[in-house]
Design a protein around this ligand. Structure first.
Ligand SMILES: NC(=O)c1ccc[n+]([C@@H]2O[C@H](COP(=O)([O-])OP(=O)(O)OC[C@H]3O[C@@H](n4cnc5c(N)ncnc54)[C@H](O)[C@@H]3O)[C@@H](O)[C@H]2O)c1
Length: 252
């Protein structure tokens, strides 16, 4: 009941949560394709993986790709299918954040960038990967969204709206695929210690932490454990569902 022998794609796989997810999936025996636009970060991951117990480095493959480019995503997924003959797991995780601003001060480019990565990129990958999964009668898709998409953080409208859209996408696709063997679920972390939170202002960071009953931020490995379960055959009766991981902030 693990991902042993399976092929997984993790977008944003060179980042904090993405590389933690890649590690646990590789530990469980999967071959993991980390898709990221940051070549240096992918090189850094390859180097770090050399030090991981269990000879995992050979199970981690880096692919440089901007997930907001639909043709590039199609070519990337085709390449994975041709090289490996199967795609069992897709973790849509790539993401960006940005400066805290009220909605009436959000620049158009910033709004579009956030949607391009968080929702368009997620859609492009799902559209390309799902036919491979339905043909095989098996698949697990996990969308890394955010508690911001459930609650709407002030001064973070683009991010909150894009994450809410990804939750909607998860619910629709989960229902569409419910009888195919392909399960689609979302996780909604609150603040996790990664480079992404370095992009927010100290006061906004303080606000976010103040909302967490556990009084601390989360670690990428904690999110990875939840994703490990949702990416595996051990999840069997949940789809279109949203799994919270927020230290008690969102209890739904
Ligand atoms: N860190 C948090 O507090 C937090 C909280 C809730 C949700 N999330 C979500 O978790 C996910 C992972 O974030 P993280 O915290 O690990 O951040 P991170 O910055 O460490 O990693 C994000 C990765 O995504 C990659 N990426 C960004 N845009 C891309 C694109 N267009 N194409 C390909 N790769 C791209 C980056 O290069 C980076 O490696 C994101 O979707 C984020 O919104 C994070």
């Amino acid at each position: 009941m693990t991902t042993e022998g399976q092929v997984a794609i993790v977008t944003g796989g060179a980042g904090g949560i993405g590389s933690a997810v890649a590690r646990v999936l590789a530990e469980d025996g999967a071959h993991v394709i980390c898709v990221d636009r940051d070549r240096d970060a992918l090189d850094g991951l390859a180097e770090r993986a050399q030090g991981w117990d269990g000879d995992l480095a050979g199970r981690i493959e880096g692919v440089v790709q901007d997930i907001g480019d639909p043709e590039g995503v199609a070519a990337c997924v085709r390449g994975v299918a041709e090289r490996h003959g199967r795609i069992d797991v897709l973790v849509n995780n790539a993401g960006i954040s940005g400066p805290a601003r009220p909605v009436w001060e959000v620049p158009t480019d910033y709004w579009h960038d956030i949607f391009r990565v968080h929702i368009h990129g997620t859609f492009y990958f799902m559209r390309e990967v799902i036919p491979h999964m339905t043909a095989a009668g098996y698949g697990r898709i996990v969308n890394v969204t955010s508690v911001a998409g459930k609650e709407g953080n002030p001064n973070s409208a683009a991010y909150s709206a894009a994450k809410a859209a990804a939750i909607g996408l998860t619910k629709s696709a989960g229902k569409e695929l419910a009888r195919t063997g392909v399960l689609v679920n979302a996780v909604t972390p609150t603040v996790i210690e990664t480079r992404l939170v370095e992009q927010v202002t100290p006061s906004f960071h303080e606000y976010l932490v103040s909302k967490i009953p556990m009084g601390r931020i989360g670690q990428p490995a904690e999110v990875a454990e939840l994703v490990r379960f949702l990416a595996s055959p051990r999840v069997s009766f949940s789809t279109g569902a949203v799994f919270d991981i927020s230290g008690g902030r969102a209890t739904y």
